[in-house]
Design a binder for this molecule. Structure first.
Ligand SMILES: [Zn+2]
Length: 88
């Protein structure tokens, strides 16, 4: 089940922004805008700071988010709302 997620969970990461909080696995909503398209991605797995709320995506998730956003832009969608379904 969600192999990378559990791996990340074991490492207690200090937040790079506020230097106080710890980043814990959670889900975030990401909004991207390109050309005339607004893409909203929900339920994106991320490491979320418990202090300032800033979040980090791993490389695989970042690529998935960008791919989905790019699809919407290519379709010419003005507003696209995508709920991420992660494997596992
Ligand atoms: Zn923080």
């Amino acid at each position: 089940m969600e192999g990378w997620f559990q791996k990340q969970n074991r490492i207690s990461m200090k937040c790079q922004i506020c230097k106080n909080g710890e980043t814990l696995p959670g889900k975030v909503t990401i909004t991207l805008e390109k050309n005339n398209s607004l893409v909203v991605l929900k339920d994106v797995p991320a490491l979320v700071c418990n202090n300032c709320g800033d979040y980090y995506l791993d490389a695989v998730t970042t690529q998935m988010v960008l791919n989905k956003a790019e699809d919407a832009v290519l379709k010419g969608a003005e507003v696209e709302i995508i709920r991420m379904k992660m494997a596992g």
